[in-house]
Design a protein around this ligand. Structure first.
Ligand code: DGT
Ligand code: CA
Length: 358
């Protein structure tokens, strides 16, 4: 199976959250401030693109930002707990489509698209994720797709904001050769300066040297890493670090149907797949839902919660079949897509709290 990784980064995140909460702010320069205890001072957390056009940016002092602002610029104190709530909802959407999701900050996560088989499907999934985040939460994000984390991250910046950019595995070298060393993950201003001292400005310049040279400049770990990155090699895996709220599998039926004997074959097939996923994530659950997308593209969900954990694939099949039977008995609707979902999981690691504490 070909490895395909995505990186999702929300656009001007805190500022976009404020516009969602108060749409009258749209198109005005919005600046989000982390206030300090001293009156009238503080630092800029982020700002939208209208404010960036005035040269205001993250990390700048409030005083300087005020000097650069125009009369329509709006300064808002950061409301971290609200942004955290929004962030949770965003990454639940990603969880819905991907088994492995690694959140790396409040507004950024890697996700593994390999199981969707091929770049075309991966791109389709990324578009669905973007569409759902936009329609359900009103937010735009940028997604990069590539054969590893390095390329996915670099690709996410190409079409920002509201972008999607795919680097196929056979395009990695030409993609990298268009970039400067400063664009590699982990190369900050100081490292970039050090590269420059050795005549390295573009990624292609690294190839004039041996790995041992980079090790002598940056030490074993960083030197090897930058050398490998310059050839597009990055073996870091996506490490799932989000407690999943639900697991599901969905599929489109070969032909729209309201015949139990036909639809149930699809349900049984999905339950078998879903059960493998449940074992993989080592989950215990009590609620089972059947998701039916009708031939009119309406979505109907039927759920049942048991008083004890579901303990076997047969029990899961039995409940899913029951839900299907009662749905088809009650309606004459034709089923186009069908899904089985389990939720109401036992334990919660409290991971998200840790992440937001950074
Ligand atoms: P983008 O991704 O360039 O469209 O803009 P943002 O605002 O999403 O920037 P990003 O992804 O680097 O950071 C995500 C959020 O993290 C951002 O909305 C506010 C917060 N943040 C970023 N940089 C700083 C900083 O220097 N100080 C503080 N306090 N917060 C920051
Ligand atoms: Ca961002």
């Amino acid at each position: 199976m070909e490895r395909i990784i995505g990186l999702l980064d929300l656009d001007y995140f805190y500022a976009q959250c404020e516009v969602v909460r108060n749409p009258s702010l749209k198109e005005k320069p919005i600046v989000i401030v982390m206030p300090s205890i001293r009156e009238n001072s503080g630092v800029i957390a982020t700002c939208n693109y209208e404010a960036r056009a005035l040269k205001i940016k993250s990390g700048m002092s409030l005083n300087l930002a005020k000097k650069l602002a125009n009369s329509s610029t709006i300064f808002i104190n950061a409301d971290k707990s609200y942004y955290e709530e929004v962030s949770i909802k965003v990454f639940e959407v990603v969880d819905y489509f991907c088994e492995k999701v690694e959140q790396v900050s409040i507004d950024e996560a890697y996700f593994d698209l390999s199981s969707h088989f091929g770049y075309d499907k991966a791109q389709e999934v990324a578009l669905k994720i973007k569409h759902r985040i936009k329609s359900e939460l009103g937010l735009t994000c940028s997604i990069g797709i590539g054969p590893n984390k390095l390329i996915a991250k670099m690709a996410s910046l190409i079409k920002k904001p509201d972008g999607l950019f795919v680097v196929y595995s056979n395009q990695v070298n030409s993609f990298l050769l268009k970039h400067k060393v400063g664009d590699l993950i982990g190369v900050g201003e100081k490292t970039e300066e050090e590269f420059k001292r050795h005549g390295v400005v573009n990624i292609s310049d690294i190839h004039k040297f041996e790995k041992i040279d980079l090790i002598s400049w940056f030490g074993e770990t960083l030197g090897s890493k930058f050398y490998e990155y310059s050839f597009g090699i990055d073996s870091r895996v996506v490490e799932s670090n989000r407690e999943k709220q639900q697991l599901s599998r969905l599929m489109t039926i070969r032909e729209d149907s309201n015949d139990f004997d036909v639809v149930v074959l699809n349900v049984d097939f999905l339950v078998d797949l879903l059960y493998k996923k449940i074992l993989y994530f080592n989950k215990r659950f009590r609620t089972i839902s059947l998701i039916i997308v009708t031939d009119k593209m309406d979505t109907i969900t039927k759920s049942r919660t048991k008083s004890a954990d579901i303990s076997s694939v047969d029990e899961l099949k039995e409940v899913s079949r029951d839900l299907l039977r009662s749905f088809l008995n009650e309606s004459t609707i034709y089923v186009r897509r069908i899904g089985v979902r389990v939720s109401n999981f036992e334990e919660n690691s409290g991971f998200q709290k840790k992440l937001f504490d950074y």
